[in-house]
Design a protein around this ligand. Structure first.
Ligand code: 4NP
Length: 156
């Protein structure tokens, strides 16, 4: 059930929880900190798949975050759980496949499952999976996540 008191809880979700969603967790957390509203939010990330559970984020995500002054190296990948669907106010997928996987896995209502950048920008923009590409894809993912995080903060 959606929380009425306490912090707004936001769960960023991608496929593996090693590339995009750890970056989104770190970048949004930094944006929240920069705006002086850390206490207003509970922020986490997860994957719809569990292949990388217990591992740190992809070194290319750690590197791009570090280039922009954000440390995500202490995060550990995890798979989304049934409890997450009831505990988080906003469950934000990176692409349409994530949304389909989340809707299929959700035990209850889907009203709090959104495409991250659709909620942020009001346009259904996907964040492409950079896993199989070069470092440029990670820089592009960072750039759009940064813009999306600022826009999301204005909305929540
Ligand atoms: P992510 O990227 O969903 O942004 O974490 C991926 C990471 C790993 C795999 C796919 C996507 N994989 O197939 O292992």
């Amino acid at each position: 059930m959606k929380q009425t008191d306490g912090p707004v809880s936001v769960l960023f979700v991608c496929l593996g929880n090693i590339c995009r969603s750890p970056l989104a967790e770190g970048v949004f957390r930094q944006a929240v900190r920069n705006h002086g509203c850390t206490n207003r939010f509970h922020i986490d990330s997860a994957g719809t798949g569990g292949w990388h559970s217990g591992s740190p984020p992809d070194p290319r995500s750690v590197a791009v975050a570090r280039r922009h002054g954000i440390d995500i190296s202490d995060q550990l990948c995890r798979k989304i759980t049934a409890d997450d669907f009831s505990q988080f106010d906003y469950i934000l997928g990176m692409d349409h496949d994530n949304i389909a996987n989340l809707r299929a896995a959700a035990p209850g209502n889907h009203g709090h499952i959104h495409l991250f950048l659709d909620l942020a920008f009001g346009r259904p923009v996907e964040i492409a999976d950079p896993y199989y590409g070069g470092s440029g894809g990670f820089e592009e993912a960072y750039r759009i996540i940064r813009e999306g995080s600022e826009a999301l903060l204005e909305k929540l």
